[in-house]
Design a protein around this ligand. Structure first.
Ligand SMILES: Cc1cc2nc3c(=O)[nH]c(=O)nc-3n(C[C@H](O)[C@H](O)[C@H](O)COP(=O)(O)OP(=O)(O)OC[C@H]3O[C@@H](n4cnc5c(N)ncnc54)[C@H](O)[C@@H]3O)c2cc1C
Length: 382
């Protein structure tokens, strides 16, 4: 890397200041591991999750690898109990994360990494303000945002200016008075539909390929014990026969994807919302100000915008600052990095956590339940 205004070296650079990055920073601090966190604190939750969203996870999925500064402890400072705040609102969770960051004294450099490469100092990260951070080790804790996914066939049907992904629906009131088709059939599609309608959308169609999932409470009690096992024996999950790994994924899907939160049911029965199960988008054409969408059932819908709630698909090539030699040296399978027991990639010193770790450690890593185990596992490499 060429000239820069400012250079700093850190034994550990954590890229990302969401739940995984903050938990890592707290654990590193507790263990006396000198580190630097770069990212916008909780930016995905602030800027990409819809205002008014309610979490699926509860108070037990907290951020502290030392189990001290838990959500319950935060509540105690406010004279509250979990019963007062569950189901948790996005606003509450952000307050907790801010309290956690302050309580642990975590300093975060609010910047973006625009380039990461190997250097004679280990790694060199160029920031968007021109500064360069060099580090012996780097942890990527980038969450889901780079991996927002719209199936190609669907993307090809809808003109670019008429479509977006739910990742970009932080302000549902932007669609007040408009007609929106939400494509997708899981919690995010239904909750986005409810939030759009409540924010004044003229019409919301939720179009899904399957039957409407049941509005039923999910059982997550099995998750933490399984994760404990993965942390104690990091190779265990990876070494399971494929059928058993698929069984765990299926269990996750049964609780997470095939159920909708019970509190969502009444909100979806909103006069502006029409749910269209067992259908798919087949085509679309612009007619003046309107987009006429054709469904496989033969029906047509006149809308202003199509929002894809089609999830996230990991592909490390989509991380904008990873390129060239470094990316080539990270061995991958189906877009996911191959990781060792400490979440280290095949590039020594480069660690990856959060959703991209899900292939080797299970879907748990797509959720905040895994932030504590992740931090402790990475720290074993120090
Ligand atoms: C709609 C929705 C609802 C969800 N609800 C829940 C829930 O109820 N419970 C739950 O446990 N999980 C939930 N999840 C999953 C949850 O969002 C993720 O598990 C979690 O955000 C992952 O945390 P993270 O720290 O890896 O990344 P994020 O929270 O996505 O944070 C990423 C961080 O990386 C930083 N960053 C990105 N690029 C750069 C760069 N180039 N340079 C520097 N920094 C960068 C960002 O600024 C940010 O600080 C939900 C996800 C979605 C989409």
């Amino acid at each position: 890397m060429t000239s820069s205004r400012y250079r700093v070296h850190s034994p550990l650079l954590v890229i990302g200041a969401g739940p995984f990055g903050l938990a890592m920073a707290a654990h590193a601090k507790g263990r006396g591991i000198d580190h630097l966190v770069v990212g916008r604190p909780m930016s995905f939750w602030r800027e990409h999750m819809p205002k008014g969203m309610i979490l699926r996870s509860a108070c037990d999925w907290h951020l502290d690898p030392a189990d001290r500064d838990t959500i319950e402890r935060f509540l105690a400072t406010r004279g509250q109990t979990p019963g007062d705040v569950e189901p948790l609102s996005l606003a509450f969770y952000l307050d907790y994360a801010e309290w956690f960051q302050a309580r642990k004294g975590l300093r975060v450099r609010d910047a973006r990494v625009i380039r990461l490469e190997r250097s004679d100092m280990g790694f060199a990260a160029r920031l968007d303000d021109g500064d360069v951070v060099t580090a012996d080790r780097v942890l990527l804790a980038l969450g889901l945002a780079p991996f927002a996914h719209v199936p190609e066939a669907l993307a090809a049907i809808v003109p670019r200016e008429r479509r977006s992904h739910t990742r970009d629906c932080a302000a549902p009131d932007r669609w007040a008075g408009r007609r929106v088709l939400v494509v997708g059939g899981r919690q995010s599609a239904f909750e986005t539909g409810a939030l759009l309608a409540e924010a004044g959308a003229a019409a919301v169609h939720v179009c899904l390929r399957h039957e409407t999932p049941a509005f039923e409470t999910s059982d997550w009690t099995w998750v933490e014990p399984t994760l404990d096992r993965i942390e104690a024996e990091p190779g265990w999950y990876r070494a399971l026969p494929e059928s058993e790994r698929e069984g765990i994924t299926a269990h996750f899907f049964a609780e997470g994807r095939r159920k909708l939160e019970p509190w969502l049911g009444p909100r979806v029965r909103h006069p502006a919302i029409e749910v269209r199960p067992m259908t798919e988008v087949a085509g679309a054409e612009e007619r003046g100000d309107t987009l006429r969408v054709r469904l496989l059932t033969g029906e047509t819908l006149d809308v202003d915008h199509v929002m894809f709630a089609t999830g996230y698909k990991v592909d490390l090539e989509r991380v904008p600052f990873l390129a060239g030699e470094l990316l080539r040296r990270i061995e991958r399978r189906e877009g996911y990095p191959i990781l060792d027991d400490t979440l280290q990639t095949t590039v020594p010193g480069l660690f990856v956590t959060s959703l991209p770790a899900a292939r080797d450690f299970g879907l748990f890593f797509g959720f905040t339940v895994a932030v504590r185990a992740s931090a402790r596992m990475v720290a074993l490499a120090f």
